[in-house]
Design a binder for this molecule. Structure first.
Ligand SMILES: [Zn+2]
Length: 203
């Protein structure tokens, strides 16, 4: 069955946020100052970097995860991979809940089984204002480490399965638009070139 659902990582702005928020947060039992990070946008070549596995989950990794969550919420996204904020580590954050209070932090996520087909309309914080359908696996088995260094082996389907596949692709330097036909990719490239020219002429 063909299922088409609007799925998006949210829209983004071109404003560069790098300030530390004055609020601090006690999510992991430690008070951490959070920062909203700059999200790289296609065709930035750094989006093609391959992320390296996290060796030790310490305070630095917790801080990165916190900042990534904060960035994802600020940009109204449902998922963010470290590659998108120019951090070459295998870290992904996801939150599919309506109230944005069920964060999922995946350290070194790995898909071990792909099954079935699912077609969804996707978007990406790194490719603003563009949505298109992508075919992915419907059911996946995957594992990851939590911030408490626990190994979780689990399976999922539907939107979460699509989101995990989309974000792990980012860690491997891959974007959802890589799955589009050459013609669609060419059209998107023209649209982005045009936007860049317009931005240059007004700045
Ligand atoms: Zn994305």
């Amino acid at each position: 069955m063909l299922v088409v659902t609007l799925y998006y990582c949210g829209l983004t702005t071109t404003i560069y946020f790098s300030y530390i928020l004055s609020v601090s947060y006690n999510h992991f039992g430690v008070t951490i100052a959070m920062a909203i990070l700059n999200v790289l946008q296609f065709p930035d070549p750094r989006l093609r970097n391959k992320a390296i596995p996290v060796e030790e989950i310490g305070p630095d990794i917790r801080q990165i995860a916190e900042n990534m969550l904060e960035t994802m919420y600020a940009e109204s996204g449902i998922g963010l991979a470290a590659t998108q904020v120019n951090i070459r580590k295998r870290i992904v954050v996801i939150d599919l809940s309506e109230d944005k209070n069920e964060p999922l932090i995946l350290i070194n996520p790995e898909i071990t089984k792909l099954e079935g087909k699912e077609i969804m309309r996707e978007g990406c914080l790194s490719v603003p204002d563009y949505y298109d359908t992508v075919e992915r696996a419907e059911n996946i088995e995957f594992n990851y480490k939590t911030l408490d260094n626990q190994l979780i082996e689990t399976s999922t389907d539907g939107l979460l399965a699509v989101c995990v596949q989309h974000e792990i692709d980012h860690l491997d330097g891959k974007l959802f638009i890589d799955y589009l036909s050459p013609l669609k990719r060419q059209r998107l490239k023209k649209k982005i070139d045009k936007q860049e020219k317009q931005q240059l002429s007004v700045s």
